[in-house]
Write a protein that binds this ligand. Structure first.
Ligand code: AMP
Ligand code: ZN
Ligand code: FE
Ligand code: FE
Length: 280
């Protein structure tokens, strides 16, 4: 079995890339993809650990996309993750994120929370810093009783500490993945806030922008949703992927390798994905 959606300490996961690969090996997974939010900083370590452990590691990413209807995340697979133009664009996203973090810390201080950027960074395990780490810092300082309370009161969209993030548009994100030689896959379609008809039309539009696949199998999809997305993939000739969205202790209810009906995604999805990446 395989799991094509997992996060590491390079973004907001709790395991290092090597730790993630070791867990995948213990679980008997044949392959995993490392798909951190807006960064490929965990990929090289994961590939090295995978080669040593006999677990195939797919170099990936999960890009946040600017979109008015829910949460649009674009997965990229089989990236030439070292390509300079690709890295430069990700670097630009990281710089925007750091500026945003600085603004959010100033707002925290204005609201009377004595929290520093260093304290927030210390929550991140050395990777990219964002709202989950701010929530943990607020918790550690006793300003909230839980990470969820930090989001609900302060950090969620529309709450007093929230500052919007700079994001790529759908076509820009697809192009960025393609320019790095990768395949572009719409992550967890259930979080796009559209009914079935509108979603079908939107997937058709995304197909014309170059979308390659749909993450039909996902730990949070119901059977009915999975069936709908499989139909959409067939209708538009899209690849099918599957993943858990494993984050470790920051999302304890989602175990690695549990994607569909309590198990991983089938190996043949990766066979087709790899073949499509090879023929690009
Ligand atoms: P950022 O990239 O800094 O905006 O942080 C996004 C991350 O914050 C997401 O990946 C989630 O893990 C977390 N998050 C966003 N909104 C919420 C929420 N309402 N409740 C809990 N966690 C959230
Ligand atoms: Zn995440
Ligand atoms: Fe996501
Ligand atoms: Fe994810």
């Amino acid at each position: 079995m395989i799991d094509l959606h997992a996060h590491t300490t390079a973004s907001d996961g709790s395991l290092t890339p090597a730790g993630l690969v070791a867990l995948a090996g213990r679980l008997g997974l044949r392959a995993i993809a490392i798909t951190d939010h807006d960064t490929v900083e965990g990929v090289a370590e994961g590939l090295a650990a995978g080669a040593a452990a006999g677990v195939e590691v797919v170099p990936g990413i999960e890009l946040s996309v600017d979109y008015p209807h829910g949460e649009f995340h674009l997965l990229g697979y089989y990236l030439r993750y070292d390509e300079p133009a690709f890295r430069a664009r990700l670097h630009w996203l990281q710089e925007n994120r750091m500026n945003r973090n600085a603004v959010m810390v100033r707002r925290m201080n204005e609201l009377g929370f004595a929290v520093t950027l260093e304290e927030i960074e210390a929550e991140s395990g050395g990777g990219q810093v964002g709202r989950p780490h701010m929530a943990r810092a607020l918790l550690r300082k006793g300003y909230v009783a839980s990470v969820q309370e930090a989001f609900d009161r302060y950090l969620a969209d529309g709450r007093p500490l929230h500052v919007p993030k700079v994001k790529l548009l759908p076509g820009e994100a697809i192009r960025l993945v393609h320019e790095a030689g990768g395949l572009a896959v719409l992550a967890h379609p259930k979080y796009i806030e559209y009914g079935p008809e509108e979603l079908a039309a939107e997937v058709g539009r995304l197909r014309s922008l170059g979308l390659d696949g749909l993450e039909c199998y996902y730990s949070q999809h119901t059977e009915v949703e999975t069936a709908l997305y499989l139909q959409l993939a067939a209708r538009y000739g899209l690849l099918i992927t599957g993943g858990s969205d494993f984050h470790g202790v920051s999302k304890p209810e989602v175990p690695l390798g549990v994607v569909f009906r309590g198990a991983g995604a089938p190996d043949e999805l990766l066979t087709r994905l790899r073949a499509a990446a090879g023929s690009r």
